[in-house]
Design a protein around this ligand. Structure first.
Ligand SMILES: Cc1cc2nc3c(=O)[nH]c(=O)nc-3n(C[C@H](O)[C@H](O)[C@H](O)COP(=O)(O)OP(=O)(O)OC[C@H]3O[C@@H](n4cnc5c(N)ncnc54)[C@H](O)[C@@H]3O)c2cc1C
Length: 468
């Protein structure tokens, strides 16, 4: 069966775009952190929506599972096939056309395989901003961003990917193409079907194209790196900045000292921007499409915060290079944890007002599960989204520490639940949290999700084992 299948797939995409050798497939079969490695019949690389549709039709006829994949930067194993070797991975990375930029309407229509960074660059060439921003933007794709409803560092001003999508083109499980590439801000014509596919992690359809919202490009930007004593003070600063700058507040990122220590120890070309150490840091950024100086606004926020004893020290970036250095400190936070041994991770959110209490309780709970563990809670404070990562105790056995993963997750997630939070703020469910999902959702919610899945993918061939 598989020889026939492979030759039928090769008829659609060409021999060289059906990868079957272990060496050429390996990069598609393991994810960034090495937590998931799968096997597959083949990696298929279509170049157009029509090719995706024909590939899916063949797989549906042969009852072969398909796993859509973009840049393979996902962090929950959703783009990696299981170990059965039955699936075909459909990589969208050859679909890189920018189909249209409509400056008047403020939209960009792109293929799903365009990287986020390329989408940003194309928008910038037309003096527009596509505001989604992630540390993985050089590799992740628009299709992957849609499938995971990606968040990132600018959600506080512009929203998640869901808020930035106006229309979608999707290949359904039976191979039909749904052309929903509308550019309308207002369209109340029944169910908003695109929302089903946003955040569905490839379990309901394959996104092949999208209409994205553009906003005016920012002409002025002001960035500050701020030292303070607690998450409580960080929240007070956030409130102050939001009240003063309104929608001009575009990032508010929280970092603990231990995170900065890790970056300074293991990152290259970095230094502490402040004179002495502080228990916590906030990276605060204001921006505006107007040609205006935001320096006075930022200085006003910081002066008020220093007077109210919310902030202990701060430095403003003098130029774009220095801004880049501040952001580098923030972006390196995930990566450098590798050098400190095992890290047990949580991507959680709580209502913003509960963020300080959650962080302090989370730290206490983690330390009660593994004494001397090193919590490194950081992230998108302006969205209540904390990457609650916990590094192993110094000198501990990495595998023995990681064996406590589920126990630690359960303890931290119990605190999240008490604050009415979410166990997956932006990375999704994938394979990593699939079993947890059924534990935290009400039965009625799980039932609705399963019914949607059964309606759109009756044979369960799209990304089996992911989400539901
Ligand atoms: C260093 C780093 C920083 C990160 N920072 C953030 C962050 O700040 N915020 C955040 O939200 N995420 C972040 N991520 C996670 C990741 O980059 C995002 O989830 C991203 O949106 C995934 O895009 P991708 O193209 O790599 O998708 P993949 O990893 O290839 O796939 C992810 C999921 O989407 C599905 N999928 C992919 N393409 C399609 C498609 N065309 N149609 C249907 N389903 C599809 C896959 O099956 C899989 O379930 C980060 C990752 C790294 C490595």
């Amino acid at each position: 069966m598989s020889d026939t299948l492979l030759s039928r797939l090769a008829d659609v995409v060409g021999d060289k775009n059906v990868l079957v050798e272990a060496g050429t497939m390996s990069g598609y079969l393991t994810e960034e952190r090495g937590l998931y490695t799968g096997t597959a019949l083949a990696i298929v690389r279509p170049a157009s929506t029509e090719e995706v549709s024909r590939v899916v039709t063949i797989c549906a006829q042969e009852k072969v599972p398909v796993v859509p994949q973009g840049g393979n930067t996902g962090l929950v194993g959703g783009g990696i096939p299981d170990a059965t070797g039955r699936a075909v991975v459909i990589s969208l990375t050859r679909m890189t056309a920018v189909r249209e930029i409509d400056v008047d309407t403020g939209t960009m229509t792109v293929d799903a395989g365009v990287t986020l960074q390329d989408a940003q660059h194309h928008a910038a060439e037309h003096d527009r901003l596509f505001p989604l921003s992630l540390a993985s933007e050089g590799s992740c794709t628009v299709g992957g961003n849609i499938a995971t409803n990606a968040g990132g560092t600018a959600v506080v001003a512009y929203g998640n990917m869901r808020d930035l999508v106006l229309g979608l083109e999707v290949v359904l499980a039976d191979g039909r193409v749904w052309n929903g590439l509308r550019k309308l801000k207002k369209d109340n014509t029944g169910y908003d079907l695109k929302q089903l596919f946003i955040g569905a992690e490839g379990t309901l359809g394959i996104v092949t194209g999208a209409v994205l919202k553009l906003v005016p490009a920012n002409r002025s930007v002001e960035t500050a790196f701020i030292g303070l004593s607690s998450p409580e003070k960080a929240l007070a600063l956030f409130r102050r900045a939001r009240a003063t700058a309104g929608s001009g507040l575009i990032a508010c990122e929280l970092m603990p000292r231990i995170g900065l220590d890790f970056v300074l120890a293991h990152g290259s070309g970095v230094r502490d921007p402040l004179g002495g150490p502080h228990p916590w840091y906030v990276l605060l950024e204001l921006a505006s499409p107007a040609e205006q100086s935001l320096r006075e606004t930022m200085e006003g926020i910081l002066e008020g915060a220093i007077e109210a004893e919310e902030v202990d020290d701060a430095v403003l970036s003098e130029n774009l290079d220095q801004r880049g250095v501040f952001w580098k400190l923030r972006h390196l936070l995930s990566e450098v944890q590798k050098h400190e041994g095992g890290s047990i991770k949580h991507d959680v959110s709580v209502p913003i007002a509960s963020m300080p209490a959650f962080v302090m309780e989370g730290i206490a709970v983690a330390e009660s599960v593994v004494p001397d563990c090193r919590p490194v809670p950081f992230g998108h404070m302006g969205d209540g989204n904390i990457h609650f990562n916990i590094s192993q105790p110094v000198g501990a056995d990495k595998q023995a520490y990681l064996a406590r993963w589920d126990e630690m997750n359960a303890a931290v997630h119990a605190v999240v639940a008490r604050y009415g939070g979410s166990i997956s703020a932006e990375h999704g469910i994938g394979r990593l949290k699939r079993d947890l999902l059924a534990q935290i959702k009400e039965p009625v919610e799980m039932d609705m999700m399963r019914r949607v899945k059964a309606a759109l993918d009756p044979d369960g061939l799209f990304n089996p084992g992911v989400v539901v």
